[in-house]
Design a protein around this ligand. Structure first.
Ligand code: FAQ
Length: 317
C-alpha cells in the first residue's frame, strides 16, 4: 500500500484571485508569499522602485551643501539627514526585492531612464536656506503623501513606511528650525529664506503627481489599497497644513490666488504649470543630467566593491 500523500492540489487561479480580493476587502495585508495578480505586483514594483530611486537621488541636492554647512552643528545634522535618506532607499529596495525585483536591475533601469524618480530632485539648491526649505516643504510633502502609505495593502511596503515617516517627521522639524533661526537673523538671511520658498513652492506641489483626471494609475492603485488618497486630495491637505506654518515663519507663498475658502474649509490655490512638470519628468529639468550622471558614476566607480564583496561571499559560502 502506498503512503498517503500530504500534498494538496494547487488552488486554481479563480480561487486565488477570490482569496486576494477578500484580503483586500477586509483591509488585511498581502505578504510576499501570498498569491497576487501580476498587475498588482507590477504596480507595486513601479511605485516602490520610483520611491527608492527618489530617496537615493534625493541625497544629492542637500548633499551639495555638506562641505559648505555654516557650522559644525549644521554639518552633523545635515550629514545625519542625508544618511537617513540613503537608509530609506535601502528599505525600499528591500521591499521591492520581496516582490521579485532585482536591486541592481532597478538601479540600471533608473540610470537608463526606464524608471522615474521624483521631479522635485531636479531643481538646484542655490543657498543654505534651500536646505531648510527642503526639510520643511519637501519632507513635509513626503510625510503628507507617505503617512497613508503606512496602511498600504502590501505588508513590506507599509512596514517600511512606518519607520521612514518617523524619520521624515524629524527631518521636517529640523528644516523648520533652521528656517526659524534664519528668520531671526539679518534682513539678508530673511531674503534668502523667502527666495528659497519662492523657488521650491510650486515644484513641491508637483511632487503629489498629476491632477486626478490625468493620473492613469490612481483608480486601480486605490482599488488595490496601494494608495489610500488621490493625488489632488493629498496636494490640498499639504496646502492647508503649510499656510499656517508659513505665517508663523513669516514668509509668503508665491501665489496671488492662495486664499482661504470658508465654504469648503480649504485654501484655494493657483494653477500649477503642468508643462514644466512634464519637461522635468521627461528629463529636461534644470538638474536631471547632473543627477543621473552622478548616479551612473557612483555605480560604475564603486563596481569593484560589489565585485569584491560577491567574491568574498562566494569564497566563504
Ligand atoms: N515625479 O498615475 P500617477 C521624498 C509619474 S520621496 C516624477 O499619478 P502614481 C523623501 C508616475 O510615476 C519622494 N514622476 O502615478 C525625501 C507615473 O509614471 P508611470 C517620492 C511622477 O504612482 C525628501 C505617472 O507620473 N515619493 O521626497 C511624479 O499613482 C527630502 C503618472 O502618475 C514617492 O515616491 C513626480 N512627482 O502616483 C528624500 C511616494 N508624480 O510609471 C530626500 C510614493 C507622478 O506610470 C530629501 N509614490 N509621476 O509612467 C506615490 O505615492 C505615487 O507613486 C505618486 C504618483 C503620488 C508619486
Amino acid at each position: 500500500m502506498s503512503a498517503p500523500t500530504l500534498e494538496r492540489p494547487a488552488p486554481d487561479e479563480a480561487a486565488l484571485q477570490e482569496q486576494f480580493d477578500a484580503t483586500i476587502a477586509a483591509d488585511h495585508r498581502i505578504e510576499p508569499r501570498d498569491w497576487m495578480p501580476e498587475g498588482y505586483r507590477k504596480t507595486l514594483i513601479r511605485q516602490v522602485a520610483q520611491h527608492a530611486h527618489s530617496e537615493i537621488i534625493g541625497m544629492q541636492p542637500e548633499g551639495d551643501w555638506l562641505l559648505a554647512a555654516p557650522s559644525l552643528r549644521r554639518k552633523s545634522v545635515l550629514l545625519a539627514k542625508v544618511q537617513d535618506e540613503a537608509g530609506h532607499g535601502l528599505y525600499l529596495y528591500s521591499a521591492a526585492e520581496t516582490l521579485g525585483a532585482d536591486r541592481a536591475d532597478l538601479t540600471d533601469k533608473l540610470i537608463e531612464q526606464k524608471q522615474k524618480y521624483s521631479s522635485i530632485f531636479n531643481y538646484p539648491t542655490l543657498s543654505y536656506a534651500d536646505v531648510g526649505v527642503i526639510g520643511w516643504l519637501v519632507d513635509g510633502a513626503a510625510i503628507c503623501n507617505q503617512v497613508p502609505l503606512c496602511r498600504s495593502s502590501y505588508g513590506p511596503y507599509a512596514r517600511a513606511m512606518i519607520r521612514i515617516c518617523k524619520e521624515e517627521s524629524f527631518h521636517q522639524r529640523q528644516g523648520y528650525e533652521l528656517l526659524m533661526t534664519m528668520m531671526r537673523g539679518t534682513d539678508e538671511q530673511r531674503a534668502m529664506v523667502q527666495d528659497a520658498v519662492d523657488r521650491w513652492w510650486w515644484p513641491t506641489l508637483m511632487m503629489f503627481g498629476p491632477p486626478d483626471e490625468h493620473s492613469p494609475n490612481t483608480a486601480q492603485s486605490m482599488a488595490w489599497g496601494i494608495k489610500r488618497h488621490t493625488n489632488d486630495e493629498l496636494r490640498q491637505k499639504f496646502v492647508d497644513m503649510s499656510v499656517p506654518q508659513a505665517e508663523v515663519l513669516g514668509v509668503t507663498f508665491p501665489d496671488p490666488e492662495l486664499e482661504f475658502d470658508p465654504g469648503t474649509g480649504h485654501y484655494r490655490f493657483g494653477k500649477l504649470d503642468w508643462e514644466e512638470f512634464k519637461r522635468v519628468v521627461g528629463g529636461q529639468g534644470p538638474m536631471n543630467a547632473i543627477r543621473l550622471a552622478r548616479r551612473r558614476a557612483a555605480r560604475d566607480d564603486n563596481a569593484w566593491v560589489t565585485e569584491a564583496a560577491t567574491a568574498y561571499a562566494e569564497k566563504h559560502s
